[in-house]
Design a protein around this ligand. Structure first.
Ligand code: GRF
Length: 222
């Protein structure tokens, strides 16, 4: 089986990166992470990549006068590493249409809300303020508009009485760690098709025989 070569873009903690690294440690997983690139030096995610024996790169956005120049440097690193796909995992830079166009349909992101609700920042605070009873996370293809694009998979968690932004965020993050590896597997395995800006998932079992489903309801404590 040939595995898709994936570059992961990060800016910090890298707990989603860790979930992807853990999944990709299985030789039967359809993606191989070949580069972890951060726009911030010294972050925990870089140490996670090193511990997993994956190449790292730091491209500080502040070194570039214009956003497209930064992105060109990022693309250069990704292409030098032979990446076919790019997964943003807590990458805190808004990307321009030029970057999106270059990587069109090969660039995915995880966002901590059930899109199209709550694009942008502080999603957990906003979900609590809105009084929603279900919250969650979304993996989607990246398009020009921030936190929009064809949805690959979602995981929902309940909002529980007494939740704070921290408790809700922890529940969503655990769901993210389950969702992202499943979605990357679908994309890397060529099992997603974008039809009219909606993702159609090819039938059939994942090669490892499990977790074909990228729609998760993750129960919280009762
Ligand atoms: C996650 O909540 C992700 O959805 C958002 O940023 C956070 C990154 O966390 N885009 P980590 O770096 O993966 O731990």
């Amino acid at each position: 089986m040939s595995r898709s070569r994936v570059g992961v873009l990060i800016s910090g903690r890298g707990s989603n990166l860790q979930a992807l690294l853990d999944a990709a440690a299985d030789p039967g997983y359809p993606a191989k992470i070949v580069l972890v690139l951060s726009n911030v030096a010294g972050v925990e995610g870089l140490a996670r990549a090193e511990a997993a024996g994956v190449a790292t790169a730091v491209v500080p956005h502040r070194d570039f006068a214009e956003r497209p120049d930064f992105e060109a440097a990022v693309t250069e690193r990704l292409e030098a590493a032979g990446c076919a796909l790019v997964a943003q995992a807590g990458f805190m830079r808004v990307v321009t249409p030029g970057f999106v166009g270059h990587w069109r349909d090969r660039l995915i992101n995880i966002h901590p809300s059930l899109l199209p609700a709550f694009p942008g920042l502080r999603t957990h605070e906003r979900a609590l303020a809105a009084g929603v009873k279900l919250h969650g996370c979304t993996v989607h293809y990246v398009r020009d508009e921030v936190d929009q694009g064809p949805i690959i998979g979602q995981a929902a968690v309940p909002v529980l009485p007494g939740d704070t932004a921290d408790s809700l965020s922890a529940r969503v993050l655990a769901a993210e760690h389950r969702l992202y590896p499943r979605c990357l597997a679908l994309v890397a395995g060529g099992r997603t098709r974008i039809v009219g800006e909606r993702v159609e998932q090819d039938g059939g079992k994942h090669e490892r025989g499990a977790d074909a489903d990228a729609q998760l309801i993750v129960p919280g404590p009762v």
